[in-house]
Ligand binder design. Structure first.
Ligand SMILES: *Cc1c(COP(=O)(O)O)cnc(C)c1O
Length: 375
């Protein structure tokens, strides 16, 4: 199979339900003239997501970053927060916007998630919380993290932007931690154009979060908090309702693509895929591979460029590390050599294209290009 230059294969494409079905929702929104502020579609999506995801309470947001910022506000987190350098930059930016100092801790080489072994040594009298990320949808070691948090009296806020519907032994991963934050950005498994959510476990917290995302309004005249505006509108919510109709099929297709890559890449020296953890139901948001130069014979960047020559656009998620950006690189925890695992993996990773409509023949071709380039 050859790929036409006019049709680049991107790392991801959005899940787009049939336009005609969306138009039905749009007509309904126009007729109602209710465009935002906890409208009918917003309420329906919150309810439907609680059922689908198996969580008790969810508050919808205009995007994942504002949901992260608000989650930290909701728990009044201050001082220092332990987090991972290996994530999308918004994980740490949400701390910066709350005047909190991120303390970077190295990742586990198998899961690419915050290494629980290294959390305790980073705790100081200023530490108030842990902000781990379920990177690529692989659940963090939630039990170990809970034990550490309980021992030291810390809150846990999960960045769950990669984990739509992920379960461990049948239990939704969103039910761990004090709060979990989701993103429904166009590039994610489930999208509302832009969008996000906070998952919490009790009605009082949900009410507090709902106040915070709507300027702090309690009712018409009472403002109880200095809130922000982070509300999801009706068009976004309608898109979400429609996504739910197609999400199981989309995840099943992602699963087949992931399995096809694994088979196609088998036995290539220096190329490794992420380990499949037992008893985990995944959502397959990314397909990362690690390129170990000594085994493969070529660098990660050389392979990245080679794929581009064939019109295949992988992405180096996550490179550079968050701790290497100017905002953070001056921090003590960000100094080179302090996070050897993250520093290695960030130089080895490429995320290959994965989205429901990706043809199997393209998956085979990508694997072949990677295999042939090693020779
Ligand atoms: C996408 C993403 C975010 C940010 O979400 P937005 O909805 O784009 O604001 C934060 N953290 C992680 C890990 C993400 O992948």
């Amino acid at each position: 199979m050859r790929i036409k230059k006019s049709e680049p294969i991107l790392v991801t494409r959005p899940l787009l339900p049939p336009l005609a079905e969306f138009q039905v929702y749009l007509k309904d929104i126009w007729k109602s003239e209710w465009l935002t502020n906890n409208g009918k579609h917003h309420q329906a999506l919150e309810k439907a997501l609680c059922e689908y995801l198996g969580v008790k309470y969810i508050s919808l947001f205009s995007n994942g970053t504002l949901a992260l910022v608000t989650a930290l506000q909701a728990l009044r987190i201050t001082g220092e927060v332990i987090t991972t350098p290996y994530s999308f930059v918004a994980s740490s930016h949400s701390l910066w916007w709350n005047n909190i100092k991120p303390v970077f801790v190295d990742i586990d080489p198998v899961t690419c998630n915050l290494d629980p072994e290294k959390i305790e040594e980073a705790i100081t009298p200023h530490t108030t919380a842990i902000l781990p990320v379920h990177v690529y949808g692989t659940p963090c070691d939630v039990k170990r993290i809970k034990k550490i948090a309980d021992t030291y009296g810390l809150k846990v806020i999960y960045d769950a932007c990669h984990t739509f519907g992920v379960k461990i032994g049948g239990v939704p991963v969103l039910n761990f931690g004090d709060l979990s934050v989701m993103s429904f950005h166009a590039t994610k498994v489930f999208n509302t154009f832009e969008g996000g959510a906070i998952v919490c476990h009790d009605a009082a917290t949900k009410k507090h979060i709902d106040n915070l995302k709507n300027f702090g309004f309690l009712d018409e005249t009472v403002v109880v908090l200095p809130g922000i505006n982070a509300k999801m509108n009706e068009v976004q919510a309608a898109m979400g309702r429609l996504q739910l109709k197609y999400i199981d099929g989309a995840i099943a297709k992602r699963k087949r693509i992931s399995e096809r890559y694994r088979k196609g890449l088998e036995g290539i020296a220096g190329i490794s895929c992420l380990k499949v953890m037992p008893k985990v139901e995944y959502c397959y948001p990314y397909f990362p591979i690690l390129v170990a130069e000594p085994g493969y014979g070529k660098t990660r960047d050389a392979l990245y460029e080679e794929l581009k020559k064939h019109n295949i656009f992988g992405r180096r998620y996550f490179y550079p590390l968050i701790s290497q950006f100017p905002t953070y690189k001056g921090l003590e925890s960000a100094q080179p050599g302090r996070m050897p695992v993250a520093e290695r993996i960030t130089k080895q990773v490429i995320c290959l294209p994965i989205y429901p409509g990706l043809p199997g023949a393209v998956v085979d071709l990508v694997a072949k290009i990677i295999r042939d380039f090693a020779k």
